[in-house]
Design a protein around this ligand. Structure first.
Ligand SMILES: Cc1ncc(COP(=O)(O)O)c(C=O)c1O
Length: 384
């Protein structure tokens, strides 16, 4: 009864591990990438007020105008992107839905979408469900997992329709430099490609690295769909709120799908998010805290036998190389869970080029990171 296209897609490698962890006792999880902070009080209060005021109806398909105005202003000031709140911004149910809508809006059957890998688990499936063909562009540790223009160019065909990038990246923590983005922009413009840019981790950035939005580069404003959301900077994962910005043609096409599939993003979450961009101190504190944990984890990983880890510059993931253990990513992760009680995600869950790596999320306490390192150390020492 189930459609072939759905049957052919495996479940997310993250979910598989999440389920294993849920069933095991005393496991330290570096598995799931979710802030361990509570949603900021002002946003919770705003949600309560929204309920009390009965703001519980459908909203405009595009989302409430006040929130679109805030997003438009934020995009202008922080991202150097000019988008009209009227018809160039769409509020979505998380970046997850933004990705689905953006890919469906630009993909005809058989169209190829280039995806630098390792990448977030949904990208390939988003393209597949849209009847497109995801084409992996491998990235390499030697280049800090930043995609190279020449690797994109090698995979261009007549069917290439777009490129789906993310910076900072999940799972590698890589941050694309302005020059990397300029090179991708040149390819996009020359080949008339759309760029979908997932910037959900833009605030989680370290070591004085800078986040650049590809839509702000010359000629890219109308070729880019910028996706972003509240989940990571505002510990808002369960509220399901994100946004897409692009030219009216892209946004209208996405809205068309959205109005039939979803109608609107949750009304209470939209009202709760009003004012979020003013919470700069909350975000800064969070980033400082992740930074300490990042340093602790990366230093610890580099002291372990047969494991090495480059320093991630963004998001909250480290992506250590485990090739010298002679175990595959899946074997390493499964044995680590069973024998040492530490959950990590095998790198190949993020695409073939993630083989030989594991993803460790450091959005857990420093005590847990220290204990996990100790356990990984004992596990790694026992390996032949
Ligand atoms: C790169 C990336 N994009 C999108 C998402 C989905 O985020 P949201 O909660 O906004 O749907 C995630 C979640 O982990 C992510 O890592």
């Amino acid at each position: 009864m189930i459609a072939r296209r759905v049957n052919e897609i495996p479940f997310s490698g993250i979910r598989k591990f999440f389920d294993l962890v849920m069933g095991s006792k005393d496991v330290i999880s570096l598995g799931v990438g979710e802030p361990d902070f509570p949603t900021p009080e002002p946003l919770k209060d705003a949600a309560i007020r929204a309920i009390e005021n009965d703001y519980t109806s459908y909203t405009s398909n595009y989302g409430i105008p006040e929130l679109r105005e805030e997003i438009s202003e934020k995009l202008k000031v922080r991202n150097k992107i000019n988008r009209n709140p009227k018809d160039e911004i769409l509020i979505t149910s998380g970046v997850s839905q933004g990705l689905d809508l953006a890919v469906r809006a630009i993909t005809d059957p058989g169209d190829e979408i280039l995806i630098p890998e390792p990448c977030y688990v949904s990208y390939n499936s988003n393209v597949w469900f849209a009847h497109g063909k995801p084409i992996s562009v491998p990235t390499y540790e030697e280049n800090a997992f930043r995609v190279k223009a020449e690797d994109i160019k090698k995979r261009l065909t007549k069917k290439t329709k777009g490129i789906l990038i993310s910076t900072p990246n999940n799972p590698t923590g890589s941050v694309l430099k302005k020059k990397d983005l300029e090179e991708i922009a040149d390819i996009a413009i020359e080949n008339k490609l759309a760029v979908i840019s997932d910037e959900i981790y833009e605030d989680l950035i370290y070591d004085n690295e800078k986040h650049h939005s590809i839509a702000s580069l010359n000629g890219m404003e109308d070729a880019t769909i910028t996706l972003n959301g509240y989940s990571k900077p505002y510990a808002f994962t369960g509220w399901r709120l994100g946004y897409a910005a692009g030219n009216p043609e892209f946004i209208e096409a996405m809205m068309k799908i959205h109005q039939y599939a979803q109608i609107c993003a949750p009304s209470i979450s939209q009202y709760a998010a009003l004012g979020a961009f003013e919470l700069e101190e909350y975000v800064k504190d969070m980033v400082r805290s992740y930074d300490l944990r990042r340093r602790l984890l990366v230093k610890g990983l580099n002291s372990l036998p047969n494991i090495s880890c480059i320093t991630p510059k963004g998001a909250f993931y480290a992506f250590p190389n485990i090739k010298d253990t002679n175990l595959s990513s899946a074997e390493f992760a499964e044995r680590l869970l069973k024998e040492a009680g530490v959950a990590v995600i095998p790198g190949d869950a993020f695409g073939e080029s993630g083989e030989g790596y594991i993803r460790c999320a450091y959005c857990v306490s420093r005590e847990d990171i220290t204990e996990a390192l100790d356990k990984i150390n004992r596990f790694a020492e026992r390996l032949p």
